[in-house]
Ligand binder design. Structure first.
Ligand SMILES: Cc1ncc(COP(=O)(O)O)c(C=O)c1O
Length: 381
């Protein structure tokens, strides 16, 4: 019998792709670091959530529903979304997290030789899906921590199929205002699809922040991503969606896995949309207070930081980010190291309640005071 050589069966773009390993389960991490609880400041989850509407739904979920497949294309939820956003149900495609719809869009539009364009320091899944699918990802450097519209336009060619704009950007929190976004869309001029990822939409209160749901009424090439993982605190249920003009959704639907979203997630998503707005208001207040607290701390410690929109801030450390991660973990505080996101020796911190921000500030200041700085503030890395 031949020896089985799995590697020889795999295309080069899969062979060359380095897999991403998510963090270990909380219980294992707690054991490793000898702590009895863990404050998760690493994934931009909403520590206040979920909204109260979800508790009743979870408590009353009938076991008899479990053997039954969910609705395969989230029909009821799409009706709720249609009503909320004054669109048709066929303008929505719901996925197992918005990560799944990223994959559906790339599969629907791109073939070998095509490219997608996005930033070098943004949510990495656009780049990863393109690359492990054999599609070129053109990564445009951020300019002043923001997406650079001119450089993205300059990178376009006849094979560019999708431009991904993360608005506001994860991890820098910068956003394109309405004028910048419409100017960009005018200049793309329908040559490619523009995906506006609005994962943190509900956190932004700025008057000049553009709403992709409105833009798609004028620009037929706009696709908007939203998620229930961030503001609505349903991350464990994995549910997000895209919205676009009907003809575009009709095409993307062809490469989208049906039945990927479970019944509980579909029902919980519909339930959170019925909240009267008090949950969003309370979350925004929590985030604002936490952001002010961290900015004041970083000013005091004379550390460079980036604090804009969204429920997260970044700070540049005088030491390695993995060392800081490990030291914080011994106090039960988990942050996101950013070297892998092309921000060497920065960390990103999710903004949560004062009861957690205060211990973070205390422990972080102590560590910064105790450890010998390896990098000076402002020193090129
Ligand atoms: C910008 C951005 N888009 C999409 C996602 C994916 O969200 P989901 O949980 O819906 O897959 C995230 C999650 O961190 C994100 O930050």
């Amino acid at each position: 019998m031949n020896a089985f050589d799995a590697l020889s069966l795999v295309p080069a773009h899969v062979r060359d792709f380095s897999p991403y390993y998510p963090s270990k389960p909380d219980t294992l991490l707690m054991r490793l670091y000898g702590v009895s609880r863990l404050h998760r400041l690493n994934n931009n989850e909403n520590a206040l959530g979920p909204p109260p509407e979800v508790a009743a739904l979870l408590a009353d979920f009938p076991p008899g529903s479990v053997p039954v497949y969910p609705n395969g294309d989230c029909y009821d939820l799409r009706c709720v979304l249609a009503e909320k956003f004054h669109k048709t149900g066929n303008q929505f495609l719901v996925g197992n997290g918005s990560c799944e719809v990223i994959s559906s869009v790339i599969k629907a539009l791109c073939t070998k030789g095509d490219n997608i364009i996005t930033a070098d320091k943004t949510f990495a899944v656009y780049e990863w899906v393109a690359e492990f699918s054999g599609i070129e990802a053109r990564l445009i450097p951020l300019r002043d921590h923001a997406f650079d519209p001119q450089a993205m336009l300059d990178a376009m060619d006849d094979h560019t199929k999708i431009l991904f704009v993360c608005n506001p950007n994860n991890p820098t929190g910068t956003y394109w205002d309405r004028a910048t976004m419409t100017d960009f869309l005018n200049r793309v001029d329908n040559r490619a699809v523009v995906v506006i990822d609005e994962a943190y939409f509900e956190y932004v209160e700025e008057a000049d922040y553009p709403d992709g749901m409105d833009l798609m009424e004028t620009y037929p090439n706009v696709v908007v991503f939203r998620t229930f993982s961030k503001m609505y605190a349903l991350a464990a249920l994995r549910i997000g969606y895209l919205s676009a003009p009907e003809p575009v959704v009709e095409l993307i639907r062809r490469t989208h896995i049906v039945y990927s979203v479970n019944t509980l997630a579909q029902q919980a998503a519909a339930a959170v949309l019925s909240n009267d707005g008090t949950f969003i208001a309370a979350t925004r207040e929590m985030v604002k207070t936490a952001r002010q607290r961290l900015c004041a701390l970083f000013e005091k410690l004379k550390l460079e930081y980036v604090a804009n929109q969204g429920n997260y801030v970044m700070v540049r450390l005088p030491v390695s980010d993995t060392l800081m991660y490990r030291k914080l973990m011994t106090h039960g505080i988990m942050v996101r190291t950013m070297t892998g996101f092309r921000f060497p020796n920065w960390i990103r911190i999710s903004l949560v309640q004062p009861e957690v921000m205060e211990p973070f500030c205390e422990v972080f200041s102590r560590i910064v005071g105790e450890i010998e700085p390896v990098f000076q503030p402002g020193e090129a890395l």
